[in-house]
Design a protein around this ligand. Structure first.
Ligand code: BT5
Length: 239
């Protein structure tokens, strides 16, 4: 990628501590150019989806990218997931996407993506990637960090640099050829063919994950009936 064409990472705001990089990014979004990145060493109120919290002690990569796409599009979450997965591959760590917003490695969650947007104005793409950070006791069974695969501290600046590079590349693919991006998402989604439980608002659906469609939704086969799910929490271990 020619550096002069880069959008993501042209400006990086580096903070020691913040409530949440997504909140900070939303506050400054109207005034800054597209591609501005907010990164913090620690978050005191890191957030996941639906009001859940995100553990963000020092040593991990906690960042938000301010994007100004032509329209709100839920598929922006995949720009984050694909870029994280490519970054992990650069460090020799195989990973897969757990639709819609997680990246897993070695059977555990290593990264989560949270997109938040304001129609016609901006989308904030927030990414949490466990690198050298410790994980709270209650997450040790379900979460992991890059350091566990490499066995030594991973240079955080290097990870950030690779992640921004891949985000820039996938954002371009998203804008120009979204179906190509979705083909990659399909290839990297490890839940396809498996029986999953999906919580979609108040609905609990159990079925076989058949496909990820071009609009980003998940196609479930529930006892022979096909059902499209636009958004939800997927779990594989529920029996
Ligand atoms: C996510 O939510 O996976 C999206 C996480 C996005 C975090 C980034 S960090 C930078 C930016 N600023 C923010 O404030 N947020 C974004 P969700 O799918 O709802 O998953 C949340 C669940 O993941 C929690 O309920 C925990 O079970 C688990 N979790 C919390 N912290 C974790 C961590 N550090 N690593 C792995 N799992 C974690």
């Amino acid at each position: 990628m020619e550096k002069k064409n880069r959008v993501i990472g042209i400006r990086v705001i580096d903070l020691d501590e913040v409530d949440s990089t997504n909140e900070y990014a939303k506050r400054i979004a109207p005034e800054v150019p597209e591609g501005t990145v907010v990164v913090a060493k620690r978050q005191t109120a890191g957030r996941g989806r639906r009001g859940r919290s995100w553990a963000s002690p020092e040593g991990g990569l906690w960042l938000s990218v301010i994007l100004k796409p032509p329209r709100l599009d839920g598929r922006l979450v995949f720009v984050g997931a694909l870029a994280v997965s490519d970054t992990l591959a650069d460090f020799g760590i195989p990973s897969g996407i757990k639709w819609p917003n997680d990246v897993w490695a070695g059977g555990k969650k290593i990264s989560g993506v949270l997109t938040e947007g304001k129609a016609g104005e901006y989308t904030v793409l927030g990414i949490g990637l466990n690198v050298n950070n410790p994980l709270p006791e209650e997450l040790r069974e379900s979460a992991t960090a890059m350091v566990n695969f490499i066995g030594a501290r991973v240079p955080l600046e290097r990870v950030l640099e690779r992640l921004l590079f891949h985000l820039d590349g996938w954002y371009r693919v998203f804008l120009e050829m979204p179906e190509l991006m979705m083909a990659k998402v399909r290839e990297r989604t490890f839940i396809l063919g498996r029986t999953v439980r999906v919580i979609e608002d108040d609905n609990v659906l159990i079925g076989r994950a058949v496909d990820v469609l071009d609009d980003g939704s998940l196609l479930l086969d529930i006892g022979g009936q096909l059902r499209r799910v636009l958004y939800g929490d997927v779990s594989l271990r529920f029996l």
